[in-house]
Design a protein around this ligand. Structure first.
Ligand SMILES: *Cc1c(COP(=O)(O)O)cnc(C)c1O
Length: 390
């Protein structure tokens, strides 16, 4: 590559420092037949023939795309029906669809937060929440992970008239769940609003899969609820749910809602079908939970570095980038796809394999994963013995 000007120098510098740190990310076309332990299709709905058929039928009925934004002429009946169903499911007055979770978080934070606002975020919140806070121009603070005392301390020091506490519901790289009771208590003490991004909780946790907030906590405790549709629901998009005043405000002021083409109606039709399955067929969640319990029991016996997560996100904390890449390469050779998560997605020294489980997996799929993890352990032990003897 000719490195001929200032721009190419910049690109080459960024590449080489990332590569030297073992942090360069490579995109692979998913091998056909590979077993997926990396994705977020926790209930297997992305492959469900009924969901696929609903999408095909939606395209025949409404066309391939929406053709305009929601506020112009892109909002059709199936979008409306999906918003109503999402609101009922999560026990909220209203819900509003976004094209992605990333855009929902940018839009909500930008629409709510102004110069007189202080935003308080859990250290391990998703990148889209951090980016949304930056975009809003509000003051932003981060509290220690799941630490309500630290949050309380920061809130007490703030003199802003409007305070917004923001947390992932299920933490995307750790799989642990926010302490919603503690967050609501501390937020209410300081008259702060609480926003929970339950991207990995909806479909999986709670009553009828409505998430770690859903029907458990109302708009009085959690005024702003975000969920995504590309994970357990198996399709794409996201929603914000809350009371009418909140949803009307976001509809008016969220720029990532107003200035973008509406989600293709066929996707909304597929999501409506997926939601019907999530609510009507609890057996997928039961099977998923059986898989989680089985994997954890066996992995503990092998002495694998499991974390405390009880959700489908089961990270193995390997600490270094090199070790994480080594293990994921071995797993790939065995036909298993697992996420190799490295900084800056996680903190320095916190690299990990991010294993995700799904209702799609059979007992023998999980046994294959465990057998390959045993191989990773053995290879590492051999390597250590070799170093000692040398
Ligand atoms: C995946 C994720 C998002 C982004 O959702 P997309 O629909 O994929 O853009 C937002 N928040 C959290 C916590 C996530 O894990």
């Amino acid at each position: 590559m000719p490195v001929s000007d200032a721009w190419h120098h910049r690109l080459a510098d960024a590449r080489s420092s990332r590569q030297q740190a073992n942090r360069w990310r490579s995109r692979r076309v998913m091998a056909t037949g590979a077993l997926d332990f990396a994705g977020n299709d926790y209930l297997g709905l992305a492959q469900d023939p009924r969901v696929c058929e609903a999408q095909a039928e939606g395209a025949r009925r409404y066309g391939a795309g929406a053709g305009a934004s929601h506020l112009v002429s892109g909002h059709v009946q199936v979008h409306d029906a999906l918003e109503d169903a999402l609101a009922r499911w999560t026990g909220r007055e209203r819900a509003l669809l976004f094209s992605t979770g990333y855009m929902a978080n940018l839009g909500v934070l930008q629409a709510l937060a102004e110069a007189d606002t202080a935003i308080f975020q859990d250290r391990l919140n998703h990148a889209s929440l951090l980016d949304g806070a930056t975009l809003s121009g509000a003051r932003s603070r981060r509290f220690h992970h799941r630490d309500a005392n630290d949050l309380n301390r920061l809130l007490a020091r703030s003199e802003c008239s409007h305070k917004l506490v923001v947390s992932d519901g299920v933490f995307s790289m750790d799989g642990d769940v926010a302490d919603i009771a503690a967050l609501t208590r501390v937020s209410q003490q300081h008259r702060a609003w609480l926003m929970i991004d339950d991207a990995h909780g909806v479909g999986v946790l709670g009553h009828s899969g409505s998430g770690c907030v859903g029907t458990l906590w109302g708009s009085a405790e959690v005024p702003v609820l975000v969920g995504t549709l590309g994970k357990a629901l198996g399709t794409a998009g996201a929603f914000v749910a809350g009371d009418t005043a909140l949803i009307e405000h976001i509809t008016q002021f969220a720029r990532s809602y107003v200035y973008t083409t509406a989600q293709p109606p066929s996707i909304a039709a597929a999501t409506l079908k997926a939601l019907e399955i999530v609510q009507g067929e609890p057996e997928h969640r039961d099977h998923l939970n059986t898989n989680i319990a089985y994997f954890r029991r066996e992995a503990l016996q092998l002495g694998l570095p499991l974390s405390a997560s009880t959700t489908p996100i089961q990270p193995l904390l390997l600490d270094s980038e090199a070790r994480t890449l080594g293990w994921s390469a071995t797993l790939a050779q065995h036909g298993l796809q697992v996420g190799a998560i490295r900084p800056p997605t996680v903190a320095n020294g916190a690299a990990r394999l991010r294993i995700t489980l799904s209702a799609r997996h059979t007992r023998s799929d999980i046994d294959r994963l465990l057998d390959s993890l045993k191989v990773c352990q053995r290879e590492e032990a051999r390597c250590h013995a070799h170093l000692h003897n040398a």
